[in-house]
Structures are given as structure tokens and as C-alpha cells.
Write a protein that binds this ligand. Structure first.
Ligand code: DGJ
Length: 747
């Protein structure tokens, strides 16, 4: 039983390893009690810790120790004595901003149904022990009701929370802020971790100690963004990959968000997360409801691997499209870095022929196939084949690619329009902009107003037609700029601040219509690389292009950071040419592939120009990946050595099969070292009682591999340099090694 309610209204939410407790306070507000390791017998008086302090506002003189100022709260409001930042804020028609939501009743149901037309968690009906509690509160004066939803996913140690406001009165009210959840933790003895970056440097891991006051991570870009991912974690001071307490928080939303930790005057830490209240206001008319996006809360005392496994299992089983989730994903060739805009049908067919010979399964035709697009200045919005490049149209090309025995995929950037396009000429009003104000192009393009149904309808028609014409198997949905001059010509003035949220709803709507009409088309999301890699989009598109930065060494940090929340089955990872197009670094084909194996393998280089040796190497790589694909895409991912630790010179990670019989580990070293220290690689997650071989050699006890580790010989024995047969140009920088670990016998 995941949810239990005591007769005096203490709500106990229990997962396999955690407890989440809250209660109805004597004032009718909801108080937060505890979130953390599972408690068998909570002592509520102890956990609530309610005592008199000087200078605190009290609701009733006869209970001087009862103040919202110092109590932990569940979904706090502003104005009745709690001076910390609230979870929501409402302005009433008389200009007042004081809300009084008081407990009314609750309901518990088995399972969790997805929210209509919005990305959200779901359960497998009766089969997975998921339960949902909704606590209803009423503000009788304002005639508003508030439903707080809690779904308990016991086996992933996850609780999903959201809030829904309903106006049961006769006048409109204004929602100025509507967070998805708040949780008050009793101390600030944590570091705040975040995944931040920029284009080509997405999701690097940063941390800072929590300190009194507010620390936050947010986006104002109307996109979750490469700059900040909608994720924060509070990690204990001693955390490492395998040990230590950590709270992880994420949001099923792709627009502007705010994640905040506020440490108050008594060392309590309030975490809130949701739609960014900056530039957001929602008019809640009579009989209307506003449902917030869902927040994901998890706790683990098993360090980063514990937290990320909770996220991975949860996203895999309860958020990603189940049509794709357990399917092995195709190895693809993408023509972007192979040709950029400079291709024609002949070139694509040549790429396809070589791809087939190498063992590749899907050809993705990237940007430049439509309108008159030969560079980044024109044609976005005109989703019809460029006949100068593709004289037989999409159908003709697709027939040839399919005829080779390959799947065929196409790039779109549906949310955008170029000024030089038929679409712009026909519908200049569909562009997000403010009349008589400067318009700010980015990559020469503007953003379509996705709050307008006619825009979604147009794109649905255009994309459906292309899907049918080309019999598409795959779509890469790109998004290459953030919104400026946020304003819709279709919304009334008082609703303009709803546009950011309505825009993202439009994106979800188009995804929903397309994925429903074409369930067999695999979608990959993209935003100048990994600029919108978030749980919201993963609900529709089970994979995302991780980063435009394909340099193997750079990818270590990007893929490591990404993997903290997102499973390997979501991360596009391509082998590209050297010198690398983003860094000019030269790494070996071996290292490039051994990084890309830990994700969804693709190739993004001109494979028609390979040397014979590289061709043979790539064939072997693809054979290797296919042999181990299920393990590499769907195995349990475990981080071993962090690129963010020490000097970052060594990174190591592994995947292990669910039954523990096989694992593949990789160790990467950025720079070679002369006469190095002795290195050992310690594995995690093996059976201490079992015996393993590594790369078919030796016999090692699981206990030894985990406690002492595997000895890693130096990369370069100095005597080799004096050997005349040694390739004097060989570099040991940017090296990688794979370890195939097989259980041979229980001891
Ligand atoms: C940005 C993407 O990240 C690239 O992979 C490529 O699709 C380009 N856009 C095309 O314009």
C-alpha cells in the first residue's frame, strides 16, 4: 500500500525505500512533515517540530506557537505569515493577493492516468502498484478550488506532483505563479547540483553549497534550454557515484521554468519548481481550470547511480512512449556533417549504398531538402521538396533509399519560418513579434505562433503529407532559436502573458497529433543539438540529439551529465569526422565509437570517402554494436569515474544487463601521462560471489573487481618508442578501452 491516511489526516506516501509525509494543520492548511529514507513508525510531533519563537506572526492568539512562518508547508501561499517564497500566487479582482486554501477532502485511486493533451506520467493500470492521491482544498471566499496530485511510483522511489486550480466563482482571477510542487526539507546541509551549459556544451554538472537565501536555476527562453536543464539535485556533502543521500527534482515541461532552493532563517530548505513565474500570468475564468506541469521527486541514499537509476527506470516505464521504449533503435547515417546543404539525390543514394554496405539501418536527410534552401537564410515553413536537389521528389528519393533496404528519415524545423519563404509571405501575422517594434532574427529565422490552431493545422497537414509521400520511418524535429518579442497577434491583451505556456502547449499538440496519426514514425527531438532535452519532449519523442558537439572528449562530460537524469536509450550519439567540426580535435575512430556506443549510435560523416581501413573498422564497430545493442541501449547505466572529478583526465562508466550476466565498461583517458601512477578501475553492480572473464580472458571474482578493481596497464611502454616497427606518429592522447565483462560461474 503506497498511500495511507491516518484518522487525524496525516498522509503517508511510501515507496520501496522512501517516505513522504504531510498533514492537515490546525489552520486547515497543509503542512509538510518529512521526505527521505523510509520510516516505519513516524513520530509526527517530533517531525513537525512546532515551537514558539519570537517575532512571528500567529494566526490565533490562543495558539502562540502556531505560525506559518516557521512550519514546513506542502504548497505554501504568500501573505499569512510565511515570508519564504510561495508555491503560487493569485491576484483577485479587488487587487488583493491573499489566498486561503483549506483542506476539504481527498481521494485515492489505483494507477495514474496521463493528463489529457499534456506530457505526463502514466502507470500500467493495476500491474505496477502505482497509486494517486488527490487532496482537494477550497478557498471559499474566492470560490477557487485547488487539487494537489501525488502519484506514488513505489519501485522507482519516485513521487510525481502537480497542482490544478479551478475557478468555481463568477469572476476571473489572475494566476501570477503556479508552481508544480514545493517541499520543505529540515536542513540546508546539501550542495545544489545543476546541469548547465550552452550550445555544444550542454548539461555540464555544476554544484555549489546551499547557503541562506535563494539559489535558483531557471530558463526564460520559452524552451527548457541548453543553458539550464529543468533539473536540480540536493546532494549530501559526502556524495559520490555509489554512496550518499541525494534528492533529485525534475519537471515534465519544455518551456521556461524555475527551480529554486530557499534556505530560511531556521536552516530549512524550501525547494520549489514549476513554470517560471517571470513573464507568466494566467487568467482563470469562471469554470476553467489550470493544471500545472508535473514535477518528479526522487530520493536515494545510493549516490548518483541510485538517483539516476530512479530517474531512468521512471522515465522508461512511466513517461517515454511505450511503443518505442524497449525497441532496439536503428543505427543511422545523418548527412548533416557529411554534406551540410550541399547534396543532391545522387549523393544521398551514394551515402545510402555505402551505409547499407557498412551495416547502417537508417538514412536521415537533414536540413536543406525543402523549398529553395541551400543555406540557412531561406525556406523554413515551405515543407515541400527542393526539386533542384531532389528531382524525383521525396517519393522518388525515398523509394531508392527504401529499395536499398534502409529506413528513411527526414529533418523538420516545424516551429520556424524564414522571412524568405512562401509561408511568411502568405501569413506574416503567424510570426511571433510586436508590431512596430524591432524584430530580432536568430539564424535568419523567426518563430511561428504555436498558440494559434491554424498554425498547428497547417504544419500538421504539411508534415503529414511529407510523411506519407516519403513513407517516413523517422523524423528529426529541430528547433534552432529562442523566442524574442514574445507577443501574439491572436491573443487579447490580458492573455498575452499566457503565450509562453500556450506556445509549448501548441508544440505538444502537434507532436500528439503526428505521433497518434503515425505511430510507426520514430521521432528524435533536437534544438541546436541538446537545447531542449527534457522529460516533456521525451514523452512524445523517445530520443533526442544530445549535442551538436560530437568531439569524443567533449562528449564525455556531456553524456555523463545527461545520463544523470536521462537513460542511454534517449541519447543520440554519433561518430563524426576528424578534425572534429566543433573543436578541430583529432581522435581515433576507435575512441569516437567507444564514446558513441553509450547512447544511440549513428554516423555523421561522408562515408563515401572512407579509407579501406576505416571502412573495415566501421563495419566491425557496427557488428559489435548490433551484438550488444540491447545491453548498450537498455542496460543499467553505472558511472564509475567522473570527468568532473580530480583533473578530469579519466572517465569510466559501464552498462550491465538486468540479470547481471554481462556488462560492458569503458575507460577513457584524455591525455597520455609519462610514467603514470598505477591505475585500477573499480567496477560497481557485479555479484561479489560470481566469477567473471574480461574480454574473454582471465578469471576475476566480482568482489575483487569491485573492491580492488582491474589493473589498468600504462598506455605506453617507453621501450616501444625505440622499436623500429612502432608507428612513430601514434598518439596515446584521447584513448579509450572497452571491457566486456561476462559472468562465467557463481563461485
Ligand atoms: C542543428 C542540429 O543540431 C544539427 O544536427 C542540424 O540538424 C542543424 N541544426 C541543421 O540546420
Amino acid at each position: 500500500m503506497g498511500i495511507f491516511v491516518t484518522p487525524d489526516y496525516h498522509f503517508e506516501l511510501t515507496t520501496d525505500h522512501t517516505s513522504y509525509l504531510f498533514n492537515v494543520l490546525e489552520s486547515g492548511d497543509l503542512g509538510h512533515v518529512y521526505y527521505g529514507p523510509k520510516l516505519a513508525w513516524p513520530n509526527y510531533a517530533n517531525l513537525e517540530a512546532n515551537e514558539f519563537r519570537m517575532v512571528m506572526p500567529v494566526l490565533r492568539p490562543d495558539t502562540p506557537e502556531f505560525s506559518l512562518d516557521n512550519l514546513k508547508q506542502e504548497y505554501p501561499s504568500y501573505g499569512h505569515g510565511d515570508f519564504r517564497y510561495p508555491a503560487y500566487q493569485i491576484t483577485y479582482p479587488d487587487g488583493s493577493r491573499i489566498s486561503e486554501f483549506q483542506y476539504d477532502h481527498y481521494a485515492i485511486v489505483r494507477g495514474k492516468t496521463a493528463l489529457p493533451h499534456f506530457p505526463s506520467a502514466f502507470s500500467d493500470g493495476d500491474q505496477d502498484d502505482v497509486e494517486t492521491l488527490t487532496v482537494y482544498l477550497e478557498d471559499k471566499t474566492a470560490k477557487l478550488s485547488l487539487a494537489l496530485n501525488y502519484s506514488v511510483f513505489p519501485h522507482q522511489d519516485v513521487i510525481v506532483r502537480s497542482a490544478a486550480f479551478t475557478n468555481t466563482g463568477t469572476g476571473s482571477v489572475t494566476l501570477d505563479a503556479a508552481g508544480s510542487f514545493a517541499v520543505d526539507l529540515p536542513s540546508s546541509c546539501f550542495d545544489l547540483y545543476q546541469l548547465s551549459g550552452a550550445w555544444a556544451r550542454e548539461r555540464h554538472l555544476y554544484h555549489r553549497p546551499l547557503t541562506r537565501g535563494i539559489q535558483s536555476v531557471s530558463s526564460t527562453r520559452n524552451s527548457s534550454s541548453a543553458q539550464q536543464n529543468p533539473f536540480i539535485a540536493l546532494g549530501s556533502k559526502q556524495i559520490d557515484d555509489a554512496n550518499g543521500a541525494v534528492y533529485g527534482f525534475s519537471l515534465i515541461y519544455s518551456g521556461s521554468f524555475l527551480a529554486q532552493a530557499e534556505v530560511d532563517y531556521y536552516d530549512t530548505t524550501r525547494v520549489t519548481m514549476g513554470i517560471n513565474p517571470f513573464d507568466f500570468v494566467w487568467q482563470l475564468a469562471p469554470e476553467e481550470s489550470f493544471q500545472t506541469p508535473e514535477g518528479i521527486l526522487t530520493y536515494s541514499d545510493q549516490g548518483w547511480n541510485g538517483m539516476s537509476d530512479n530517474f531512468h527506470q521512471f522515465l522508461t516505464h512511466h513517461l517515454l512512449p511505450q511503443r518505442w521504449v524497449n525497441q532496439d533503435r536503428p543505427i543511422l547515417i545523418n548527412n548533416w556533417e557529411a554534406t551540410y546543404f550541399n547534396f543532391n539525390e545522387e549523393k544521398l543514394v551514394a551515402l545510402g549504398e555505402k551505409a547499407k554496405a557498412l551495416g547502417i539501418e537508417l538514412l536521415v536527410l537533414d536540413d536543406g531538402w525543402f523549398g529553395k534552401r541551400n543555406d540557412a537564410t531561406t525556406s523554413l515553413g515551405d515543407w515541400e521538396a527542393n526539386l533542384a536537389k531532389l528531382p524525383n521528389g521525396l517519393a522518388g528519393l525515398s523509394k531508392k533509399i527504401h529499395g536499398l533496404g534502409l529506413k528513411f528519415g527526414l529533418w523538420f524545423e516545424p516551429e520556424m519560418v524564414s522571412q524568405e519563404s512562401n509561408l511568411y509571405k502568405a501569413h506574416p501575422d503567424w510570426v511571433i513579434h510586436v508590431p512596430n517594434r524591432r524584430m530580432t532574427p536568430s539564424r535568419n529565422q523567426f518563430v511561428l505562433d504555436f498558440s494559434r490552431t491554424e498554425v498547428i493545422d497547417y504544419l500538421y497537414r504539411a508534415m503529414s503529407q511529407a510523411i506519407q509521400e516519403a513513407q517516413l520511418d523517422y523524423i528529426k524535429w529541430d528547433m534552432n532559436r529562442h523566442i524574442t518579442e514574445l507577443y501574439s497577434l491572436a491573443l487579447p491583451p490580458e492573455r498575452e502573458k499566457e503565450l509562453g505556456y500556450r506556445y509549448i502547449q501548441g508544440v505538444y499538440q502537434l507532436y500528439e497529433r503526428l505521433t497518434t496519426a503515425f505511430p510507426d514514425v520514430l521521432f528524435e527531438s533536437c534544438a541546436s543539438g541538446g537545447g531542449r532535452f527534457d522529460p516533456g519532449l521525451l514523452y512524445y519523442a523517445p530520443q533526442a540529439w544530445t549535442s551538436d558537439d560530437t568531439d569524443a572528449m567533449e562528449r564525455l562530460k556531456i553524456q555523463w551529465g545527461t545520463s544523470l537524469v536521462y537513460p542511454l536509450s534517449t541519447m543520440g550519439a554519433h561518430v563524426s569526422a576528424v578534425p572534429n567540426h566543433q573543436t578541430r580535435r583529432i581522435t581515433s575512430l576507435k575512441t569516437r565509437a567507444e564514446v558513441a556506443y553509450f547512447g544511440l549510435l549513428g554516423y555523421e560523416l561522408d562515408i563515401t570517402k572512407l579509407s579501406l581501413a576505416d571502412e573495415t573498422t566501421i563495419k566491425d564497430q557496427i557488428r559489435f554494436y548490433k551484438t550488444h545493442r540491447t545491453l548498450l541501449q537498455h542496460g543499467k547505466f553505472i558511472r564509475l569515474v567522473s570527468p568532473y572529478a580530480n583533473d578530469g583526465n579519466v572517465t569510466a562508466w559501464m552498462v550491465i544487463s538486468p540479470d547481471g550476466t554481462e556488462a560492458i565498461a569503458a575507460r577513457y583517458q584524455v591525455l597520455a601521462e609519462p610514467n603514470p601512477d598505477y591505475h585500477w578501475l573499480k567496477f560497481t553492480g557485479l555479484d561479489p560471489q560470481a566469477v567473471y572473464t574480461i574480454n574473454g580472458q582471465g578469471q576475476y571474482g566480482g568482489d575483487e573487481l569491485m573492491s580492488a578493481g582491474l589493473f589498468i596497464p600504462q598506455l605506453f611502454d617507453i621501450r616501444k618508442a625505440r622499436d623500429p616497427s612502432f608507428d612513430q606518429k601514434h598518439s596515446f592522447d584521447f584513448s579509450s578501452a572497452l571491457f566486456l565483462i561476462k559472468r562465467v560461474a557463481p563461485r
